[in-house]
Design a binder for this molecule. Structure first.
Ligand code: SAH
Length: 226
């Protein structure tokens, strides 16, 4: 890991690296909650691989203290798709998947055994909330590439998707997109048409543990191939 990123007091995303402007919510968080001072090293990124070191002034303007660096995109993107479960576990899942380094975080459209469904009216609001969670987690974990968070997506539209199932094959570097079922699991007709089943271990995991395990195992294969 790059030490300037690891050691910065805060890491923040801006829309344009050439004309960086800290938005109001981030400014409040950095200046009032984290109490970042002009003497603290901050890193700023466009979420598309570009970043630099800077200092943050009291008016939330920033002065660059380094050149702009570019982090290469990951050697291949990793996808975790998961079914909605109860309570705040989707937020927790998105936070952890972001920390671990997943690139495409997908909320699956209701599956046959899904219990939790977002009604249409609230769906956009819910997905916006998950995107905010991902952005905050990416700041925390010093990512320079922001993950994409996709709302209600049909499994059939995701390329090379493997379904997580205890009876599946052991995970290897060929598994780059994995779907996690709801608490009741996937129905047989859903597992029949995928690219294959992949196992995450010999115990039955809760959905959110399965999502995190898939992320850890896939990202470990990717790191070792680099
Ligand atoms: N009773 C259900 C349990 C579902 S757990 C069943 O037997 O299928 C929720 C989801 O987590 C599952 O649909 C599956 O995608 C994933 N999962 C749980 N444990 C797993 C394991 N050991 N390997 C792979 N996937 C697992």
């Amino acid at each position: 890991m790059i030490s300037e990123l690891r050691n910065s007091t805060a890491h923040v995303f801006v829309d344009a690296i050439d004309a960086p402007a800290i938005d109001e919510i981030d400014a409040h968080h950095l200046l009032r909650v984290l109490r970042v001072k002009p003497s603290d090293a901050v890193t700023v990124s466009d979420g598309k691989g570009k970043w630099y070191s800077c200092v943050l002034k009291a008016d939330a303007s920033i002065d660059a203290t380094s050149e702009v660096f570019t982090t290469a995109a990951p050697s291949w993107p990793l996808t975790v798709a998961f079914s909605l479960v109860k309570g705040d576990r989707p937020e927790w899942t998105v936070q952890k998947l972001t920390e671990i380094g997943i690139d495409e975080i997908v909320v699956l459209a209701p599956t046959i055994r899904s219990v939790v469904r977002w009604d249409d009216g609230r769906s956009n609001k819910n997905i916006d909330r998950l995107r905010r969670v991902a952005r905050e987690a990416a700041m925390q974990s010093r990512r320079t590439w922001l993950p994409n968070v996709h709302g209600a997506t049909e499994m059939s539209t995701i390329d090379n998707l493997f379904i997580a199932d205890p009876t599946g094959a052991c995970l290897d570097a060929s598994h780059r997109a994995i779907a996690i079922g709801p608490e009741g699991g996937f129905a047989p007709q859903e597992t029949e048409n995928c690219d294959g089943l992949v196992s995450l271990g010999d115990t039955v995991l809760r959905a959110e543990t399965a999502a995190v395990s898939a992320a850890v195992l896939m990202s470990d294969y990717r790191r070792k191939r680099n």
